[in-house]
Design a protein around this ligand. Sequence first.
Ligand code: HEM
Ligand code: HEM
Length: 258
Amino acid sequence: MERTLMAAAAHAALAQPWSWLLAPLSGADEHHIADWTAWHARLMVLGWGILLPLGALAARFFKIVPGQDWPAQLDNKAWWHAHRAMQYAGVLAMSAGLWLAWGTGGVRGAAAQLHAWLGWGLCIAGWAQVAGGLLRGGKGGPTDVRLRGDHYDMTRWRVGFERVHKSLGWLAIGVAAMTIVLGLAIADAPRWMAVVLVIWWSAFAAAFALLQRRGRCIDTYQAIWGPDAAHPGNRQPVVGWGVRRYTAAAWRARSGPP
Ligand code: HEM
Ligand code: HEM
């Protein structure tokens, strides 16, 4: 019975791919959602599905941009501007999306309840990331007007910021992917949306893996001040998983394109 149903569904998908893709996930004939739901979904996907993950990718892998002659050229701020612009815009989209959904739920099923809890957790995480970023402390070092600073000295405050900001940020991005899937399910969204999202997240994961393998996740400290052991932070362990340090020669000899 089960197999005949699946075969019939596969047959329908192959015979009329467009109408299969346009139909809701449940296979129902009709699909209605309220305007607020559609805009809630668009804004949340824009924020947590696109801008925040891309901004995190920029912060992780583009501290040195392709073609930059590191360590002759230090402290390229491209990643910094990209990260702040995308994270602010992402958190703004998220906040508008929350405002649209807030208080709309009546009696909730289990999936909607879980979506609402995870969704609230993500909104709090998003705001906390902005607060953490703003409270990260001073910079200091030879590229600043003052030599002393939380980052140049790698104070406990700065180390704590890097630990919390990196782990909470990536954890939240993983939870966001699940929350979006739950959202699509409770809204019984058209199938093409789920298909596009699966392709998008797979491409994101593949880009992450490729850049990680190519050794592009360089320690922020080195990207800014170079590899010289005279800088205090270079004598401390790096913070976070998969973060690399290089000598000038090792960076130049790094195999492959960007
Ligand atoms: C005003 C807002 C923000 C500021 C000033 C800021 C600042 C920073 C800084 C300085 C770093 C580099 C840390 C390091 O490598 O030592 C960083 C990395 C990161 N940020 Fe933000 N951030 C902000 C908002 C956000 C938000 C909202 C998210 C939400 C997901 C986020 C996610 C991340 C992640 C995942 C990384 C780590 C990338 C890696 O693996 O190296 N940030 N951010
Ligand atoms: C990571 C992205 C998302 C976040 C952070 C998020 C967040 C939330 C939150 C916090 C609520 C509950 C609001 C309240 O307390 O009243 C909610 C409800 C809802 N969301 Fe999302 N959402 C996301 C993505 C989506 C998507 C992609 C869809 C649909 C395609 C969606 C559909 C809904 C629906 C239908 C409700 C109402 C549930 C009910 O009470 O019946 N959400 N969302």
